[in-house]
Design a protein around this ligand. Sequence first.
Ligand code: ADP
Ligand code: MG
Length: 626
Amino acid sequence: MQKKQFKTESKKLLDMMIHSIYTHKEIFLRELISNASDAIDKRYFHSLKEGGTTGISKGDFEITLSVDKEARTLTVADNGCGMSAEELENNLGTIAKSGSYDFKKNNDQGEEIDIIGQFGVGFYSAFMVADKITVVTKNEAGECHKWESEGADGYKIGEAEKESIGTEVTLHLLADTDDEKYGDFLEEYRLKGLVKKYSDYIRHPIKMAVTSHKKKEDSEEFEEVTEIQTLNSMVPLWKKSASEVSEEEYNRFYSDKFFDYEAPCRVITQNSEGTATFTALMFIPSHAPYNYYSKDYEKGLELYSSGVMIMERCADLLPDHFSFVRGLVDSSDLSLNISREMLQHDRQLKVIAKALEKKIKGELEKMLRTDREKYEKFFDAFGAQLKYGLYADWGAHKETLQDLILFPAAKAGKKLTLKEYTEAMPEAQKDIYYACGETVDKILMLPQVEAVLSKGYEVLCFTEDVDEFAVKMLGKYAEKEFKNVTADALDLGTEEEKSALEEKNKGAEALLTFMKESLDGAVSAVRFTAALKNHAVCLSSEGELSMEMEKVLSKMPGASSDMKASVVLEINHTHPIAEKLASLFATDTEALKKYTKILYAEARLIGGLSIENPAELSEMITSLMV
Ligand code: ADP
Ligand code: MG
């Protein structure tokens, strides 16, 4: 065999290749299998052109993996087009020369040829795991050659013997080091796993002898059985039309791929041509993964190019508010960078991501319309994420999300969308009412809620931290403002009622100021209200920050103590206590102080707040009893 140097700056390039292009050594197998698959496609293409003269029928094409543990070799063989001596020289002897790219260019007349190779570097990735590579190949003209290289030193080409047309690439694996067990690439489980991960949808069978222990017939003994297995599933489920695939098939695919024991709540398929050509198969899980609402959760879809996996979690394909979607996108017109591990330009990706977002939104809307029960289950799992989405980026996603959120409604006793709420509003009702609390039950007990309900108006119950922040970001829905029934001035009574109340507050100014001062700065005001029905007192807040928001903000790291809601003690003006207070103000201001403190404590308890000094409170109550 004649020894040759790699052409032009190849030595340097090869070194660079081996040490810096790829982040994962394991992808070498993906590259060799992709080359084998391309070679088969080329031979098939020739056979079509020449009327089947290459002597193989379509069903016989295959890629085989075999190992020799003693010799530490792994062989990837194919019965594809093979290479002539000249092709060996040009394609393997020249780094960054892609015979596949040329093939595609020369033959691409009209019909699309789906060939994977394009850069002419994939083959060399094998030097990341091997110190010697031998290629034995026989082309369709029957010429048979051997190419051998030990890396940067160059390569040798000579004549060889080989029975059938095709190529065998044999890697002599590097010795194991502390960091890297190259010998693992001789193990069945490892090879199987790599084929599944990267090459599952290569359209030709990838076969390997697999040994398993099977029970002997009519005996309790086991025997070792070796059989040839096809490791890849070949046909990408997403390339089939949705009507050909059963629900069961989709569910199985989902649970195998994403390790979820529960079937997905919805399967979304998308086929797009035009500005971006891609196929997507997406799933909405039925439950949130255990780490979903933590920073450990990584969003993203798998990305395939011509059936080969490029990225396991391509985050750019999904907006944060739909981060729960799992699945994959396959597109043959992505501009890959040389390692296939990244994309070169993200413009195409952006177009795809936009289309996916629109599709997901549409599917959620459809589910909301046609399968309410399922949607509510979905919403229990991922609704908080949609609400965070409303709040995020200064409300930029409100068009997408505002009609997808649900809130429990006090009167209806079920969850409503904002659309349903506003459409059911009586004509006299001007605003959208909501109240915050730990649970729906606790909210229903709030005095102000009772009062609003008694007017015949619905109240939305906000039980999650994010809720109030989300609607504050929304601002308005269908031209209606959101009003917190425990914080905002409610426009409930008639004009006369309102002015009567104003009179009453003015007339009692001295009393109310005295009460406010008795509470030592705990409240910013004490006033009579018409917003209560049966209850004597309640707390409300004034200004931008509600009490619930204060609670949420005070839990956040670095919370400042001036993030305080300004609290008002409200007294039901029709309640007998109102008169009692007025008479005490004239006769016994010491008793009035106690009454005020007790009423304030009551209001806190009703509002779900704790009281600072329970001992003092019980002392006061008891002193009024004896
Ligand atoms: P690429 O696949 O991007 O073209 P590679 O470095 O992986 O680059 O391969 C270089 C070229 O070598 C291929 O384009 C092809 O022409 C040739 N080649 C590699 N492996 C095979 C094979 N198994 N059978 C036939 N030709 C091959
Ligand atoms: Mg290649």
